[in-house]
Design a protein around this ligand. Structure first.
Ligand code: NIG
Ligand code: FE
Length: 412
């Protein structure tokens, strides 16, 4: 496939550039008036229209006058396998109840767990595929999906098997994260160590045996899992080769970031609450800070301190957190808009955060997240746009016209 007369080819980071830290995030290389050649599933070559080689210009082509070509969004944090929406909690929130109040009244994650336990693997697969298809049409070309609404051996495995089926049935890379430590199930309300033992002694060995997860996650938060419990679970995960990606500092500063970094977390996610110690603990680590501004938007909690993290020379990624409780949307275009509007990221920074750094948080940045020769051709062509900044500026709309995955047009 040849695309010609592209107004701007966006995100031309060299293939060996695997992550962008701090001030590097302001640099979004763009080639204007460009052509792009895709061969099989890979980016084969690109250049300026003025100097297109005759051997290429004679190939059949798609014209992209006034349009931009972006690398696909890489969404490194989602919970898209769930049995039912929770709009009744939406109304409770409007009436003034907090996320914690709803959770302690039997809503929240436990509400989703009850419903998920009743759902079949087929039901869960059918509903998740509708969400995933919509996300892909909104430009997502690599994704992480978590378990964490099962909270029993059988139901956590059921969720991970649904994620595996999604991997097998969709043309994008999907990483699976094991999040049984999302909350304590009712039957272990008075026996926290009992549930941790269940995770460590029964769930982890089975998951490892069937190769059902890439990462391990813990919701480390007051009222959920303590720092000590988190440490215990992450260490057990490491024993089975699962690297951590941790829900940290969403509702309070808890020491979650520090313990995640000590356990070599690939990413710490949320961080709506931050202080100088949080930032300090991340310096000299390879851990990526993944911010989820749609969650802040929906829950009305603070927005992450993207500028503070970038000033500290840390790598920041943006992800959706799509889930039925705190973020009922997987639209990465809106995430990027919020990155600009609420996190005060420049469009270049927000786009880098949602592409190359998102890919890094998925450990996929060698093949995804930028336009470079030899990388996978997972891209989107925009509608005609006056500038790159128009994409996040026009929030709530999609500027995506054509999605290309593995070098082929994806129509859903
Ligand atoms: O990332 N905070 C923990 N987990 C999800 C919300 C889960 C839910 O409310 O169902 C999150 O926001
Ligand atoms: Fe989450």
């Amino acid at each position: 496939m040849l695309i010609t007369n592209i107004k701007g080819l966006v995100g031309l980071h060299p293939k060996e550039k695997l992550v962008l830290r701090g001030s590097e995030m302001s640099n979004l290389p763009v080639l204007e008036n460009a052509w792009l050649l895709i061969e099989n599933d890979l980016i084969k070559d690109f250049g300026e229209m003025d100097s297109i080689p005759p051997s290429i210009s004679c190939l059949p082509s798609t014209d992209a006058v006034d349009k931009y070509v972006f690398p696909s969004w890489c969404d490194s944090h989602s919970h898209i396998v769930f049995a039912a929406s929770r709009e009744e909690e939406f109304v409770m929130k409007i009436q003034g109840k907090s996320y914690e109040e709803i959770a302690s009244a039997g809503g929240g994650i436990l509400n989703s767990a009850t419903k998920l336990r009743e759902a079949t693997e087929d039901d869960l697969f059918e509903s998740a595929l509708v969400r995933l298809n919509r996300m892909i049409l909104n430009g997502t070309g690599a994704l992480e999906i978590k378990s964490g609404y099962g909270l029993s051996v059988e139901s956590e495995i059921k969720m991970l098997k649904v994620i595996r089926r999604l991997k097998e049935n969709f043309p994008i890379p999907i990483k699976a994260t094991f999040l049984a430590a999302h909350t304590y199930p009712i039957e272990y309300k008075g026996n926290h160590q009992g549930y941790i033992d269940l995770i460590i002694d029964e769930m982890l060995p089975q998951i490892a045996k069937e190769n059902l997860a890439d990462y391990i996650d813990v919701f480390c938060e007051k009222g959920f899992f303590s720092v000590e419990e988190t440490d215990q679970i992450l260490k057990a995960g490491a024993h089975y080769g699962l690297k951590p990606k941790v829900h940290a500092n969403q509702l309070s500063i808890s020491g979650a970031v520090e313990i995640a970094v000590k356990n070599n977390a690939v990413s710490v996610d949320h961080l709506e609450e931050t202080n100088a110690e949080t930032i300090q603990s991340l310096l000299n680590s390879n851990t990526i800070v993944t911010l989820l501004p749609s969650c802040s938007f929906y829950l009305g909690i603070p927005f992450g301190n993207a500028k503070g993290f970038m000033e500290a020379n840390l790598p920041v990624a943006l992800a959706s957190d799509y889930n039925p409780g705190s973020t009922p949307s997987g639209n990465m275009n809106f995430v990027v808009s919020l990155g600009c509007i609420k996190l005060k990221m420049l469009p270049e920074q927000a786009i880098n955060a949602a592409t190359l750094n998102g890919a890094a948080a998925l450990e996929l940045s060698g093949d995804f997240g930028s336009i470079a020769i030899g990388k996978k051709a997972n891209l989107f062509i925009t509608k005609p746009m006056p500038s790159i900044a128009y994409l996040p500026y026009s929030f709530g709309e999609t500027q995506i016209e054509t999605v290309i995955l593995n070098g082929e047009i994806y129509n859903g």
